[in-house]
Design a protein around this ligand. Structure first.
Ligand SMILES: NC(=O)c1ccc[n+]([C@@H]2O[C@H](COP(=O)([O-])OP(=O)(O)OC[C@H]3O[C@@H](n4cnc5c(N)ncnc54)[C@H](OP(=O)(O)O)[C@@H]3O)[C@@H](O)[C@H]2O)c1
Length: 324
């Protein structure tokens, strides 16, 4: 049975795919945005819209704010665009500065100031979703709830979610919040497969990382929280960009991905995403490529229905070890 996800109810999207905007805006420095960066972003966003994507994922830190800025320019160029898509951004990571090392900050003041910065860079009056980017060891659920009340009441943010948090952290936050968290964005892919590994092998030596994921996957499923998978394209390692010195399992998986993609008559990228989509948790893959051709290559992912055997062949080849 498909779980009824709060985010899908609240934000009907025509595609299960999300476009990750981390690759927009140029380099991670203070160089101003030029015509090249604007053209690059426009081509990527067009390609994403072309394959039916409506949810765009940002973070205040991406290319040091330039990803949001360049996206804001696109929104300004086409005033109809804002209402045709959903904007999600994240806050809570602070880079090293004169006041301290790189750190996480989910204090009320920092959340509120971050959202103002995000809205200003995007040139929009509201965000559809705000994600708390990473768990801050000093976070206080009541304080976050206060920030949330203010953001909601002012109309600046419509829905709240988290990223890189485990079930215990989510439960702690949830008990202070009046509304359900709508999403959790975590690294999940055929390459980074500990999210299944830990449940499948929790009682076996092979499942040594189990402590971290614990029941996060099942917590999100039970509570209707949308799982979003960052790193979904596995950095291109299974679709032509594997480093020469990558482990043998990576090369074997890349070969298998190509073979199955050919059998299903789709590009390797679509096959790879179909592997995530086949899981019953209703995962939304966040694609990080900004290359229009590679974005287009993701477009057939929803049409691929992998058999149980194909899904397991990919999983077992990627883990490089027979299941216990
Ligand atoms: N919540 C978090 O903590 C978090 C962390 C990281 C990322 N994210 C989000 O998730 C999105 C996706 O994550 P990601 O970018 O880390 O992972 P990804 O989608 O697995 O990888 C995208 C990267 O791989 C490259 N790539 C993909 N296929 C390739 C190929 N065949 N050949 C060469 N290069 C290829 C892309 O370059 P090209 O652009 O040249 O194709 C891009 O740099 C991000 O945009 C961001 O929105 C969230």
């Amino acid at each position: 049975m498909n779980p009824s996800f709060v985010l899908q109810r609240a934000l009907p999207t025509s595609s299960r795919l999300v476009f990750g905007c981390m690759g927009l805006g140029g380099s991670w420095d203070a160089q101003p945005i030029g015509a090249d960066e604007l053209r690059h972003a426009a081509a990527a966003v067009d390609a994403a819209l072309e394959i039916g994507i409506t949810l765009f994922d940002h973070a205040d830190i991406y290319t040091l704010g330039k990803a949001e800025q360049v996206f804001g320019r696109l929104l300004k160029q086409d005033p109809t665009l804002r209402e045709r898509l959903l904007l999600q951004s994240k806050c809570g990571i602070r880079f090293a500065d004169a006041n301290g090392p790189k750190r996480y900050d989910l204090s009320r003041e920092y959340i509120l100031a971050s959202v103002d910065g995000i809205l200003q860079r995007l040139g929009t009056e509201y965000l559809d979703v705000l994600l708390l980017h990473r768990p801050d060891p000093l976070m206080d659920a009541e304080e976050i709830a206060e920030a949330w009340h203010q953001l909601k009441a002012s109309g600046k943010v419509r829905h709240l979610g988290v990223s890189n948090m485990h079930s215990g952290q989510m439960a702690l936050l949830q008990q202070a919040l009046p509304e359900p968290l709508v999403a959790n964005q975590l690294e999940m892919s055929l390459l980074k497969h500990d999210w299944i590994e830990n449940g499948t092998c929790f009682n076996d030596d092979q499942g040594k990382g189990g402590r971290v994921w614990s029941d996060t996957l099942q917590y999100c499923q039970r509570h209707g929280i949308q799982l979003q998978a960052w790193g979904a394209l596995a950095r291109g390692w299974y679709s032509g960009a594997a480093p020469q010195d990558a482990p043998a399992a990576v090369h074997a998986t890349a070969t298998l991905v190509q073979q199955l993609a050919a059998q299903h008559n789709v590009a390797a990228e679509s096959l790879l995403l179909a592997w995530l989509l086949r899981h019953p948790a209703g995962i939304q893959p966040v694609i990080g490529t900004a290359h229009p051709g590679r974005i287009g290559a993701c477009g057939a992912a929803l049409q691929v229905k992998l058999s149980r055997e194909e899904w397991y062949r990919l999983y077992v080849t990627a883990r490089g070890l027979e299941l216990p």
